[in-house]
Structures are given as C-alpha cells and as structure tokens.
Design a protein around this ligand. Structure first.
Ligand SMILES: CSC[C@H]1O[C@H](OP(=O)(O)O)[C@H](O)[C@@H]1O
Length: 417
C-alpha cells in the first residue's frame, strides 16, 4: 500500500524526477507514472490518475518544472518544433501557451490556477530559462512543503474546534463523523484536508483511550474533554468512487475504524448509527468570497441532511483553495465529466469464488469496466456541486476555523492572498 500520491526526487537539482501514483488502479494496484512534460501533467490530471485540488496544483507545477528541465537539455531542444530557441521572449510566449493548456485540464479546482498564476509571474520577471527554472523549483518545493505542514495544522485546528464545541455542549461520549470523496494523502502532499481532521481526531482518540495504537501514530490529546471519535463513515462518492476506492484505502492503511456507506444512505445512517454522528468534514475545490464552496458532487445534499439532523458541517481547505476574485458560488465553473465515466464502472476484476483480484499471467491485477446504463441514455455528470455558505458551519484552514458572523455571513478577508 502507498499513500504517496506524488514522488518528487529532488536529491539532484539538475536531474529531478517526478512520478505520480495512478489512482485509477487503486486499491488493488500500486503503479507510478513518470511525468516528463506539461503534456504528461495534463494527461494525469485530466484523466484523474491524480486528483484532489492541492495535488492537482502540485503535479501541474511539477510538470512545468520537468518541461523546463527538458528544454535545458540540448538533445531535446534539437528534436522538438514547438519552441523557438532564437530568443527567450519566444520561449516565454510558447511557455505561456503551454500554461493555458495545462490550466484547461480541470477548471473547477482553483489551486491549479492559483499555482499557475504564480508561475506566470515568475515567467514574466525571469531573464532566461535557467532563472525561470530556479524560480519554479523554489516555488514548487515551497508549495509541497507548506501544503504538508499546513495540512497537519488544519487537521488539528478542525479536530480541536469540534472537540471543544462538543465539550461546551456537555457531550462527553464516543462519536462518529462523515466525510465524502477523498481528501487525504492521495489528494494532497500528505495527511490531507478533511481526512487530515479525521487523522487528528483519531490521534486524540488514541491518546484519550490510552490505546496502544501501532506505534506509527503520534497520539496527541487535542482537548481536555472526554468525547472521542471512534468511527468514520466515508461515503462511496459515486460516480468515480473516490470514497470507496481511495478514502477507504487510506483509512484501512491507517487502521482507523471506518464503515463505507452508499451515498444514498446518509439520512438513514445518521438516524440509525450505533454511535452518534456529530459532524461532517468535507474538502473543497474552490471557496469563494462569501464562503460558497465547490466540492465533489454529493456535498450539497450531505450539507442539507446535516442541517436537517442538526449535525455540524465543516469545509476543510488550505488558503490555496480560496478564490478571492469570485463573489459567490454562481461564479464558479462546474466541470462536467464524460458520460461514460458515469455509465461505466471501472475497477479491478474480482474472482467471485475467492473475493481476490483476478491477475494476468504476470501476476498483475486485471482492470476492467462494466456498463451500468444503456449506451443511448443521456446523462448529467457534474464532477462538483456548490454548497451555499448558509449550510456551512465552519471553514477549517491552517489559520484556524472561520465561522459566520451574527448576520450569517463569512468574513474570509484574512485568508485572501
Ligand atoms: C483535498 S481534495 C479537494 C477535493 O478534490 C476532490 O475532487 P476530485 O477527486 O474530482 O479531484 C474532491 O472534491 C475533494 O474534496
């Protein structure tokens, strides 16, 4: 099992390498795909071999860095025709077109456009390719390192906020939380956003129960109350099943008690759960000025169900996911995926006798797709929906948890770059 979505070998500055975990083959196959060019970055992002707003931005920026490394290789320069090396101005113009292309890989998650904006500024101020390459290298290293440290801060912020709120309302028992899609290490540089909160809640729970754990988890009590998280309910997250394929995989890896549930069972699960469900933590692809949030399709109705049951609903995202240029959710472009990603279900062939993956003559699990709808039927397959800020109880960030003012509005101006 590997939770390392991105392998960036920076041990030799002049010979860096990048590989990404092909998440379409999880949970049964661990395969890394090399990234050499912006085309490679576009492909793995557009096909969702790598996905998750922060991870998309990191892989996009790394693809630019790898292309720059290639452009500085004379052998490549002689073979390609897109770039005109007669002046850096011409190279700069070609690179600008390549950044536009990369940005079109997935339009809704703002992290990629935020990262490419920074890279454009570096391109404008660089005098030559080497200087631009060094600027992008420093930017990408900072993006990766800050994302990881921010995720742990965010996880602790969200966990402590919930635990303190439960203590204040006099709740001191075991509880469960809900989450949707994948917002863990596979969507970021590590630890995760909403799933990072789950990891911090679990660390707190282990510390409070003095559980032995497996030694790999840093047990950290995050408040003095007795309430502790004992179970996670990840939603399968149709139609691409990031919850079933990826979040369940991460929770099994971390040995966090979890029960995978169908998207359609949220209300009935809350009504019948053996332990009270006290919160939902979801990620974000774009949070706009008023707090309206784009996230995986299904998030909006999860928020509605939480409102019905009086359960706290938190959006969890780093500042790199904030879009300070867009006023409300009405301004967000929602990506629609190909119909066959909905009409077909892809995965690994399972031997129904043994329940184990079918393998080929090389022992590799066999991938397959099955049809679950008539090919003639029209479908609507949005990758995201927009949760109105009115349904959001808090926005968890590395800078703390932001809640609404007495007028029911978020003031996120402190988070704007
Ligand atoms: C921290 S990941 C943010 C976000 O990205 C996921 O979408 P996708 O799997 O399509 O890239 C999902 O919306 C997560 O909440």
């Amino acid at each position: 099992m590997s939770l390392e979505a991105i392998q960036f070998d920076r041990s030799h500055r002049d010979n860096i390498s990048v590989r990404v975990l092909d998440q379409l083959l999880l949970p049964y196959t661990t395969k890394y795909v090399p990234i050499y060019t912006i085309d490679d970055g576009y492909t793995v992002i557009n096909t969702m071999q790598v996905r998750g707003a922060p991870a998309i931005a990191i892989v996009g920026a790394l693809a630019v860095l790898m292309e720059i490394q290639l452009l500085q290789n004379d052998g490549f320069a002689k073979t390609q025709t897109f770039y005109d090396f007669s002046s850096f101005d011409l190279i700069r113009s070609a690179l600008s077109q390549r950044l536009d292309f990369l940005l079109s890989s997935r339009p809704t998650a703002v992290n990629l456009s935020n990262a490419l904006c920074e890279i454009r500024a570096l391109l404008a101020q660089s005098g030559d390719l080497a200087a631009f390459g060094n600027g992008v290298y420093d930017f990408v290293c900072r993006l990766i390192d800050e994302d990881l440290s921010n995720n742990v801060k965010m996880g602790d912020n969200g966990a402590a906020f919930l635990l303190d709120a439960l203590q204040q309302e006099g709740f001191d028992k075991d509880f469960a939380v809900l989450t949707i899609c994948n917002t863990g290490s596979l969507a970021t540089s590590g630890y995760g956003t909403a799933l990072g909160v789950v990891r911090s809640l679990w660390n707190d729970s282990l510390a409070k129960s003095q559980a032995s754990g497996d030694g790999s988890v840093k047990k950290r009590k995050l408040n003095q109350g007795r309430a502790k998280m004992v179970r996670v309910y990840p939603l399968e997250t149709r139609p691409y099943n990031q919850g079933a394929r990826l979040t369940a995989y991460e929770l099994v890896h971390d040995k966090i008690p979890a029960t995978l549930i169908p998207d359609s069972s949220i209300a009935y699960r809350i009504a019948t759960s053996p332990v009270p469900i006290k919160a939902a933590f979801v990620g974000a692809d774009r949070i706009v000025r008023n707090g309206d949030t784009a996230n995986k399709i299904g998030t909006y109705q999860l928020a509605l169900v939480c409102k019905h049951f009086g359960i706290k609903f938190f959006v969890t995202a780093p500042k790199t996911t904030i879009d300070s240029k867009t006023e409300t959710g009405a301004g967000i472009v929602v990506e629609e995926r190909k119909p066959n990603e909905f009409k077909h279900v892809s995965g690994t062939l399972i031997d129904i006798q043994t329940g184990s993956p079918r393998v080929d003559d090389k022992g590799k699990p066999v991938s397959a797709s099955v049809g679950v709808a008539p090919s003639e039927i029209d479908v609507w397959n949005p990758a995201f929906d927009i949760t109105p800020h009115e349904l959001i109880d808090g926005i968890v960030t590395e800078d703390g948890v932001f809640t609404k003012n007495v007028n029911g509005g978020f003031d996120l101006s402190n988070l704007f770059a």
